[in-house]
Design a protein around this ligand. Structure first.
Ligand code: SF4
Length: 103
């Protein structure tokens, strides 16, 4: 069934692959992008599709580029093998990690 959300997710994926050269090498290319944009993280279906997306990200050759991009540009969805919550946590850690200078 085609919903407005499915169409929007497909359009976002197409636009990103055209704008970000590394995206065409992503392991998610051609997959059902709804797995990367679950409507929540609480239902069994969402948790299952999120696990499938995260497993694909784990094997992706451009994972680091994807994560770097997402940390600066994306607030929703799975990017670079991290969920929205995990990226928010990483952003907080990086912001508050003191710089230790070795002498
Ligand atoms: S890390 Fe995940 S979301 Fe990013 S390009 Fe690779 S498979 Fe796609």
């Amino acid at each position: 069934m085609t919903t407005r959300k499915n169409v929007a997710v497909t359009l976002i994926a197409q636009a990103l692959s055209e704008r970000l050269p590394w995206a065409s090498k992503g392991a998610c290319k051609g997959k059902d992008m709804r797995w990367w944009f679950p409507s929540g993280e609480n239902s069994v279906k969402d948790r299952t599709t999120m696990k499938q997306a995260l497993a694909i990200c784990k094997e992706c050759d451009v994972r680091q580029q994807c994560l770097d991009y997402a940390l600066n540009n994306e607030s929703d969805g799975i990017w670079g093998g991290l969920t929205t919550k995990q990226r928010n946590s990483l952003r907080r850690e990086r912001r508050y990690t003191p710089i230790i200078q070795h002498k």
